[in-house]
Design a protein around this ligand. Structure first.
Ligand code: NAD
Length: 297
């Protein structure tokens, strides 16, 4: 068997095309586009490249986009005041603070200051709680788990009653995707197991999975014999395993032994080009949802 590739690059294109239509509708109906502010503190090259991608995508969709760059030595009080300014700005529907922040600033304090109804990253404890309650309450899902669920659904994988095994229990991937897959609703209704570093027999759990979601950050952690034939494998891991001497670019691998897994799985996401492109896409989707919510009030 050769697994069908679930391409994040392709699904991203589909979703962005849908969002473009929605943005036009919003502009026509309410006279203004979705508004997103991206706040970047300092000049870490990785953060700059993430923010640049977010800004480019937002602009290409026709958002009102503000890139608000702040110096490395901004005080916590000034950053809190800046967030309050955007909380009260009716043209802004999504506030994104690029992490990590410099050491003298408490990340939690900053994230908790964002109005939960503009928290398009969905890291605010109110949104974590809403996600737990599910249904209509869950306004925003965190972007990487939302992207994973979207890939599962759009690949035509049946989730209702499926055995889902999530490797990893982080707050940004493992825990939220496990909750989301177990909720009532479309693309969910699954029976979920979370496994982690203290799990006794990782292989035995993985082997049962109709849908295996791996977010451990360990290259080649999942061996081909751990994969149930015909299952859907979502590899969230992004690991730098070397450097391409010709291009000077990092060589990236996931957490799954991809080449061998392709011979066993029914569907699989590649790394790169799998979950990676979905995260920013879902940030855009959350911002469009937020704009509708705010503008229809
Ligand atoms: P994390 O380090 O916060 O959490 C990793 C989890 O995996 C932990 O809960 C740990 O218990 C578990 N784990 C680690 N080694 C294990 C092992 N040997 N056996 C079983 N469980 C193990 O990481 P994270 O933030 O959740 O990210 C996980 C991976 O996903 C990373 O490679 C990260 O780069 C990637 N990631 C990708 C995207 C994206 O593509 N958009 C987004 C977020 C994270």
């Amino acid at each position: 068997m050769t697994a069908e590739i679930i391409s994040g690059t392709e699904i991203r294109k589909e979703i962005l095309a849908e969002l473009e239509v929605e943005v036009k509708e919003i502009k026509e109906k309410y006279g203004k586009p979705p508004g997103l502010v991206t706040i970047l503190v300092g000049s870490s090259p990785a953060s700059i490249s993430y923010v640049t991608l977010k800004v480019k995508t937002a602009i290409s969709l026709g958002f009102h986009e503000i890139q608000d760059d702040q110096p490395e030595d901004i005080s916590e009080a000034d950053l809190l005041a800046l967030i309050e300014k955007y909380n009260n700005d009716d043209d802004i529907h999504g506030i994104l603070v690029q992490l990590p922040l410099p050491k003298h600033i408490d990340d939690k304090k900053i994230l908790n200051a964002i109005n939960p109804d503009k928290d398009v990253d969905a890291f605010h404890p109110v949104n974590v709680g809403r996600l737990m309650i599910g249904g209509e309450e869950a306004i925003f899902a965190p972007c990487t788990p939302a992207g994973i669920q979207e890939m599962i659904v759009r690949s035509g994988t049946e989730t209702s009653g499926a055995e889902v095994v999530v490797v990893g229990r982080s707050n940004i991937v493992g825990k939220p995707i496990a909750i989301m897959m177990a909720q009532k609703g479309v693309g969910a209704n699954s029976t979920v197991t979370i496994v982690h570093t203290r799990t006794k027999d990782l292989a035995a759990h993985c082997k049962r999975a109709d849908i295996l979601i791996v977010a451990a950050g360990v290259p080649n952690l999942v061996k081909p014999e751990w994969i149930k034939p015909g299952s859907t494998v979502i590899d969230v891991g992004v690991n730098r395993v070397g450097m391409n001497e010709k291009t000077g670019k990092a060589i990236l691998r996931g957490d799954v032994d991809y080449d061998e897994a392709c011979k066993i799985a029914g569907k699989i996401t590649p790394v790169p080009g799998g979950v990676g492109p979905m995260t920013i896409t879902m940030l855009m989707k959350n911002t469009v949802k937020s704009a509708r919510m705010h503008l229809s009030k």
